[in-house]
Design a binder for this molecule. Sequence first.
Ligand SMILES: Cc1cc2nc3c(=O)[nH]c(=O)nc-3n(C[C@H](O)[C@H](O)[C@H](O)COP(=O)(O)OP(=O)(O)OC[C@H]3O[C@@H](n4cnc5c(N)ncnc54)[C@H](O)[C@@H]3O)c2cc1C
Length: 228
Amino acid sequence: MHNSDACRYLLAENAFSKIIIYEQRNAVGGVWNYTPLPSNKHETVNGECRQPPSQTAMDIVTTNLPKFNTPMYQGLETNLPDTLMQYSDTPFPEGTRLFPTRETVMKYLEAYAGDIMSMIRFNHQVIDVRPTSSDEWHGWAITTKPTAEDETKVEKFDAVVVANGHSDWPLLPEIDALDAWSRKYPESVHHSVSYKNPHAFKNKVSPHPAPRPHHQSNLTPFRLHPPH
Ligand SMILES: Cc1cc2nc3c(=O)[nH]c(=O)nc-3n(C[C@H](O)[C@H](O)[C@H](O)COP(=O)(O)OP(=O)(O)OC[C@H]3O[C@@H](n4cnc5c(N)ncnc54)[C@H](O)[C@@H]3O)c2cc1C
């Protein structure tokens, strides 16, 4: 579920003298961090509003996403039972419901990371990873940057685990004229990375079957009013 599990397993193998986790956010939990949208984002699903001709559908669906947005939404309950989601060495607390809420999963992940917190460099982004070697040593050069600063730092390691997830940024399907449509009706095209709750969609209809909200390439145009 998160890079802390890789760290705990490497620690158990006792194979490395030093392990560092770089995490660009200020918290563990990855995708299970709920990130609210700015209050003006997708409050309404309404009329025509021409956008600058250079804007793409990607520009429009990613406008105003908060820094390190996650697609986690209000009211999410897991789509797997707790016993399938949990790590084999750490059950969810007794009394956890069969399909836990996102808050329960977040608490579980925070507890799971408890004893490795000192190894995590929060607010640090990895910006480059490449193999490097000398006559005696083969390893990896990792370039990182504190998220609030510009200065980068290069460090060398024997091994690297990449656990950066893949759900934060949208994939858009290739649809003819999607860019032109999005420019003309920017409030009518939504991507599930910015879905937080159903309020803006009340009384709207979708021409497609309802998508699974957390599928990465979900992009749904909405009609303004139900057909008569
Ligand atoms: C809405 C939604 C609902 C889901 N529901 C379920 C469910 O019910 N059950 C289930 O089993 N799975 C579910 N999943 C799947 C979920 O993706 C996995 O459960 C799991 O949390 C993914 O973990 P991960 O470590 O691969 O990625 P993430 O949780 O995304 O963690 C990656 C971490 O890497 C950090 N990172 C990324 N790039 C960098 C960088 N360059 N430098 C430093 N840090 C970086 C990120 O900040 C993040 O903390 C759901 C996913 C979504 C989006």
